[in-house]
Write a protein that binds this ligand. Structure first.
Ligand SMILES: NC(=O)c1ccc[n+]([C@@H]2O[C@H](COP(=O)([O-])OP(=O)(O)OC[C@H]3O[C@@H](n4cnc5c(N)ncnc54)[C@H](O)[C@@H]3O)[C@@H](O)[C@H]2O)c1
Ligand SMILES: O=C(O)C(=O)C[C@@H](O)[C@H](O)[C@H](O)COP(=O)(O)O
Ligand SMILES: [Zn+2]
Length: 354
């Protein structure tokens, strides 16, 4: 299956095909002239797929190097970025060369950030290997690193030259990672795709979800494609992709990066904002129940045991949807349709109440 993302300055394809990683070199050859390539990955993914990818690309006549980071959210940092810049310089990467990002959302965001800033920008390709990365982070061109103050505080918009999604890579993924990917799937359905929501309703648990991997990935990529084509730079409709994220990112930052995964935090964030919105009358009743049922079925957390409103509030003041003392929040009109409201930042305290 193929989807094209058409943006004012760039168009690229998302290829979704089981087993395609075996011939990844052909795909790279179809997009790039022979050149130097650095693969950015993490140690777990490198162990599983690194050799295969490197060999396949080398066989096409490219000169290939690999840089591997420690797996996990803590690696999505400026320190990691600097190490990669130095590696790129050591192997003599120039602006005619390219970067391939192989792994989950962490290497996706970090690698995209490095690619878009090294020598002011190199071409790059995304090969996402987690469900979360295949349904969300590899598409749309948001790159970022975290700092201790806030999640994704520093980043760029930079689109890849192509995205290769091989759902077979999900077969080696741990259950916790399948579940966190499903949180973003539920988000995509809740904000913009009732048909996907109805498909998810027929799936009993996270294990069965993998039987529908291609349909799910295609539907989510299509939601993201539609939204990003309309608003690449996140000034309007794209904000809906942030449903559950204002509180979710604050949870990730306050708990310490990697303690609660991104998907788990988004699951908690979607339920918390919906619960309070129903109380405050900014969302119709009944949505929380549906959302909670769906997320619990996939064994995702919907709340936290300990909740520090003050530190969560402090963390979310750095959300990129704030403008002065206002913030845009994402709510649901109904399942399948999101809405954006502007409120006083202080009012977020009401949305944080337990
Ligand atoms: N840019 C965006 O639009 C966007 C969207 C959503 C999320 N994100 C970001 O994505 C990040 C989370 O991504 P993630 O959940 O993929 O985390 P991740 O990249 O840390 O991957 C999770 C774990 O799975 C392992 N792994 C990856 N592929 C594997 C495979 N095929 N088999 C076995 N293990 C594998 C990794 O080594 C890692 O330990 C967060 O930083 C989040 O902010 C970005
Ligand atoms: O692509 C987008 O736009 C999103 O908001 C997708 C989110 O799932 C993703 O987590 C994104 O990285 C959040 O971006 P941020 O602008 O809130 O840092
Ligand atoms: Zn997200």
């Amino acid at each position: 299956m193929k989807l094209s993302v058409n943006l004012p300055d760039k168009a690229y394809d998302l290829l979704i095909e089981k087993g395609k990683l075996e011939t990844v070199g052909n795909w790279v050859s179809s997009l790039w002239e022979k050149q130097k390539i650095v693969i950015i990955t993490d140690d777990t993914v490198n162990e599983l797929y690194g050799k295969k990818v490197e060999e396949s690309i080398k066989n096409e006549g490219f000169e290939v190097f690999t840089f591997s980071i420690k797996p996990g959210e803590k690696s999505k940092s400026l320190e990691s970025a600097e190490k990669i810049y130095h590696f790129l310089a050591e192997v003599g990467m120039t602006r005619k060369d390219g970067i391939i990002i192989l792994g989950g959302g962490v290497v996706g965001d970090l690698g995209g950030f490095v690619a878009s800033t090294y020598m002011r920008g190199l071409h790059f390709l995304q090969i996402p290997t987690t469900l979360l990365a295949q349904v969300d982070s590899s598409i749309g061109g948001k790159t970022a690193v975290n700092t201790k103050i806030a999640k994704n505080l520093v980043g760029t918009f930079a689109q890849p030259d192509g995205v290769l999604i091989d759902p077979n890579t999900l077969l080696t993924l741990e259950n916790r990672r399948i579940k966190e990917g499903l949180a973003e799937v539920v988000k995509s359905a809740a904000i913009a795709d009732l048909k996907l929501w109805e498909l998810l309703e027929t799936i009993p648990n996270e294990h069965e979800a993998l039987n529908f991997s291609e349909e799910i990935i295609y539907a989510c990529c299509n939601v993201k494609r539609r939204v990003v084509e309309e608003d690449e730079k996140d000034v309007g409709i794209r904000l809906i992709l942030n449903f559950g994220h204002t509180i979710g990112h604050a949870v990730e930052q306050t708990k310490g990066y990697g303690v609660v995964t991104h998907g788990e935090a988004v699951s908690i964030g979607m339920c918390q904002i919906t619960k309070q919105a129903e109380k405050l009358g900014t969302m119709p009743n009944g949505i929380l129940e549906k959302l909670t049922q769906m997320l619990e079925k996939f064994h995702l957390p919907t709340s936290l045991e300990s909740w520090d409103e003050a530190s969560l509030y402090e963390a979310l003041t750095h959300d990129k949807k704030t403008r002065g003392n206002k913030i845009r929040i994402i709510l649901l009109e109904t399942i399948g349709q999101a809405k954006i409201e502007t409120i006083d930042l202080e009012k977020m305290k009401d949305y944080l109440k337990q």
